[in-house]
Design a protein around this ligand. Sequence first.
Ligand code: NAP
Length: 248
Amino acid sequence: MATMTGKVALVTGAARGIGQAIAKKLAAEGCDIALCDLKAEWLTETVGLIEAAGRKVKCYEADVSQSAAVDAVVGGVIKEFGKIDILINNAGITKDTLIIRMSEEDWDAVISVNLKGTFLFTKAVARPMMKQRTGAIVNVASIIGLIGNAGQCNYAASKAGVIALTKSAAKELAPRNIRVNAVAPGFIQTRMTDVLPEEVRKKMLDIIPMGRFGQPDDVANVVLFLAGENSSYMTGQVLPVCGGMVMQ
Ligand code: NAP
């Protein structure tokens, strides 16, 4: 039975991978969906999945690191759907290399998309959500933001920043009944991880107690929980989804 009928959810980086799985699950629960990615035409497959669930869907093209584009998306969604109940900050990139080889450009790019993008979208929806006196924001962080990883200084810093942003925004927005939480996925099978060399994948598998990589749906299920009423008394929390890779 659909539990989120009438809600409007905005999902960034929704063309594929974890973002696509989240959009599909939210639609199956009854949400109408606004999809955002760098290019609108890449969203065609996700649109088909939302339409198959019988929900309204619209596509928005934006680079999440550009404030004017982000404001235009949020304005467009409110014009089209009338409100935004749920924001999923999922868009993210990696540019991995050891710190001694990492260019300033690769540092800036990862921080801009992963951290600044999350800031810009959170800021843009905060005012309309405050007026509504309701809202749920779920940020897709990473366990690398909790434990660090050789070759990922930029990515780890961006995701640690997302975690700190999640907790701070949660404290600011809680009095207006807006919840801000995060998931911290481990190693999930998507295009982001498909490009990693076999020996890196093997090493990762060795440190996952459950002995398997995660699937996008494993993350989407937890995002659905944090976006919905079943987590109504939770805010500022970071839930690892990693097969036990990080035990806290
Ligand atoms: P993915 O398959 O690469 O999907 C990411 C999506 O975000 C793509 O559609 C991508 O578009 C889009 N995107 C990238 N930069 C963007 C920008 N500037 N503006 C708008 N959209 C942009 O990656 P994924 O594995 O599903 O990752 C989704 C999120 O989960 C990311 O935040 C990632 O850091 C996080 N995560 C993933 C894993 C994992 O193991 N896969 C683990 C922990 C956390 P393009 O087609 O242009 O790239």
